[in-house]
Design a protein around this ligand. Structure first.
Ligand code: IVH
Length: 668
């Protein structure tokens, strides 16, 4: 192989890691996202051609791909302790008094207490070799593959040393959290209560590709045995961590008077919501390590540090009314109308009550005093009612028997918590269906907000989303507040949407249980609306990730006469109903895979071509670089060698399951 390739790979790795450091560490990006992606793509392509050049610290390892069966347990070099808590200035003064009893002259470092989870990192000879969760403080879980996907964690130290143990906080930025929950809601999945739970869930993903998508962050704040590196204060440790390429939270302050510490804590309490990540307090540490040693530890926590915890933002208000919103699937969602109140940074006057069960469980009555907060500091939620404040005039809420929008009967299906309007022609459902059809992940028609849709419905210009394609300029300009230009823009946006393709269109149809992701899977599997419309339940069930509920719902949807008419309307308007069934996902890109023993499902050539179709290289001998071994009956020395090297061994069926899981394709 030419030296040029080796050099180029090295160059790309350096450029990418430099960009990572500038972006995450210094918040000063030097290149655009597109340039970054181009570098990464080039690196992955080169490594794919030369898998023997792949190294553990190559930035290509950040995109994930390793699927664990479980997380091995790991014992921490020294236990991860927790901190004692302070809740107000008084507690902090007491802490200061205790500290000064031992070390009268003291300096405190005050850091933000990031609300995520502790992640312990180990570097050997400058290379990240292990990332672990806190666990019970003594024994955690090995989550190395997942940790590598976090952009702000260096895979290689700037200056290599034999060993470095770093501790810090892994977290999910608020923006990533909101986006993730939005997607989950759409796919009908359970929502994460807050960014911390979402970060924990993401770091405990068996499939590191999923972790990579979750865009986690990491702030480093501690190293083990700092004095062996000639560092004598926490301030120096933070500087050192930065020099080694870690991201250190910039809001660190040093004070020698506890009153200044208290003032800073109060200032940060005010500002807590303005950060792009959640913080649940501040950590106050004695700066000097010699003094820390003098102070020592209690059984569970250091005497040289304390956590100042923010007061939880819970406020009381009055529940004035409960209104019902009819969604596109006919679900009636009760929403609390609250006496406006300021909580966690904004005024709240509404909160979803989700369903009748939730109202009953919390015994929430009309007119009740209630306690509210923002879940994850973002989503308003009623925590509980305050029955002790009742006057006797409060009323128990009942679900109506008839839809508030169309008066059709409301039912609750067996096993469902939701109440639904039974009419598919309910105007509320139709309006919501159109709002969904034009939404970003569906047909993405700009300039068509709920208000304009309502106007179009009121004027009788549309009855369903299909009618959007038949709107005329002269009709639109007659609408109130609709100028020549906006009418034109709207028509252009509608026109553009015809080319979105099959996947978003399937999602846009609003078939119950079918989210955006299912839309993509179905489009890939069926290639056209016509094929999908004819699919049977049995066939659909063979598609990865399509379960019985979804399969049934899809078949039912296409059996309705109205569906056929609607699709015909779209087709006649020229809406594209096919998908280019793309090449197989390159899930084994850059991986060298060895097959051995007698196979049952496939011939040797056949399985090798499967490996290659998905981007892998079918190699003939096992080495440290082998990603995994597929072993059939009577496997011999290759199996032994793989076991010696600790390389994963898969049966044929496990291999098929892996392909299905990662590529969403079932092998025959
Ligand atoms: S120092 C022995 N510094 O808060 C002292 N902890 O109980 C070790 N945390 O779960 C902790 N930000 O993961 C420290 N700047 C910070 C922190 C921090 C968040 C977390 C830590 C642990 C808890 C402390």
């Amino acid at each position: 192989m030419s030296q040029d390739v080796v050099k180029r790979i090295e160059e790309l790795r350096e450029k990418i890691e430099e960009a990572n450091y500038l972006y995450y560490g210094l918040d000063q990006p030097n290149i655009s996202d597109a340039e970054y992606d181009a570098l990464m793509e080039e690196l992955i392509a080169l490594e794919k051609k030369h898998p023997e050049l792949i190294t553990e610290d190559s930035p290509s390892q950040r995109v994930g791909g390793y699927v664990a069966k479980e997380f091995p347990k790991v014992r921490h070099g020294s236990p991860l302790l927790s901190l004692d808590n302070a809740f107000d200035g008084g507690d902090l003064r007491e802490f200061d008094w205790r500290v000064r009893g031992v070390v009268p002259q003291v300096e405190y470092v005050v850091e933000l207490k990031i609300d995520g989870l502790t992640v312990a990192l180990t570097y050997e000879n400058g290379i990240l070799t292990r990332g672990a969760t806190r666990g019970d403080g003594e024994v955690g879980e090995d989550i190395t593959a997942n940790v590598k996907t976090i952009g702000s964690i260096p895979l290689r130290l700037k200056k290599s040393i034999p060993r470095l143990d770093v501790r810090g906080e892994g977290y999910m930025p608020k923006a990533s959290f909101l986006r993730l929950n939005e997607e989950r809601e759409e796919e009908g999945m359970a929502l994460f209560a807050n960014p911390r739970n979402a970060a924990a869930g993401s770091l405990r993903q068996l499939d590191s590709k999923i972790t990579a998508q979750r865009k986690l962050g990491y702030f480093a704040y501690q190293i083990l045995a700092p004095e062996e590196l000639g560092l004598s204060t926490q301030g120096e440790v933070l500087e050192y961590l930065k020099e080694q390429g870690f991201t250190v939270n910039p809001l660190v302050k040093v004070f020698s008077d506890i009153e200044d510490v208290i003032q800073y804590c109060e200032e940060m309490t005010e500002k807590r919501l303005s950060f792009p990540y959640d913080i649940d307090g501040l950590v106050i540490k004695v700066n000097n390590f010699a003094q820390q040693r003098e102070l020592g530890f209690t059984t569970k926590s250091p005497r040289w540090a304390i956590a100042y915890k923010f007061p939880a933002e819970q406020v009381e208000t009055v529940l004035e009314d409960i209104i019902l919103r009819v969604g596109r699937t006919g679900v009636l969602t009760p929403t609390a109308i609250l006496k406006p109140v300021f909580v966690a940074g904004s005024t709240v006057s509404r909160a979803s009550l989700h369903n009748l069960d939730n109202i009953r469980e919390k015994d929430i009555r009309l007119g009740d005093h209630v306690l509210i907060h923002k879940a994850g500091d973002i989503i308003p939620e009623v925590i509980k009612s305050l029955p002790e404040k009742r006057k006797g005039t409060e009323k128990i809420f009942e679900m109506p028997e008839h839809c508030p929008e169309c008066a059709s009967p409301v039912i609750q299906e067996e096993g469902e918590v939701a109440h639904r309007c039974t009419s598919i022609t309910c105007p509320a459902r139709q309006r919501e269906a159109i709002i969904h059809y034009v939404s970003r992940d569906a047909m993405n028609i700009d300039g068509l907000g709920p208000a304009v849709i309502q106007q179009l419905l009121d004027e009788g210009l549309i009855k369903d989303a299909g009618d959007l394609y038949y709107l005329k300029h002269e009709e639109l300009v007659k609408l109130e507040r609709m100028g020549q230009k906006s009418a034109e823009n709207l028509l252009n946006a509608v026109e553009d949407s015809k080319e979105r393709g099959l996947a978003p269109l399937i999602f846009a149809l609003g078939i119950r249980h079918v989210g955006a992701k299912a839309g993509r899977i179905l489009a890939q599997r069926y290639g056209s609306m016509e094929n999908l419309a004819q699919a049977t339940e049995e066939e659909l069930l063979e598609t990865p990730e399509i379960g019985p509920t979804m399969a049934k719902s899809i078949v039912q949807f296409f059996q309705q006469e109205s569906t056929g008419e609607f699709i015909k309307k779209l087709a006649e308007a020229g809406v594209k109903m096919t998908a280019e069934v793309s090449q197989k996902p390159q899930i084994f890109s850059g991986q060298s895979i060895v097959v051995t023993g007698t196979l049952e499902r496939w011939g040797r050539k056949e399985i090798e071509s499967i490996i290659e179709d998905f981007g892998g290289k079918a190699a003939s001998s096992v080495s440290r670089k082998t990603a995994f071994l597929i072993a059939g009956e009577k496997a011999g020395s290759k199996l032994t060698r793989a076991q010696e090297l600790g390389i994963p061994v898969l049966t044929e069926d496990e291999f098929a399951a892996k392909v299905e899981e990662e590529a969403g394709i079932k092998l025959g």
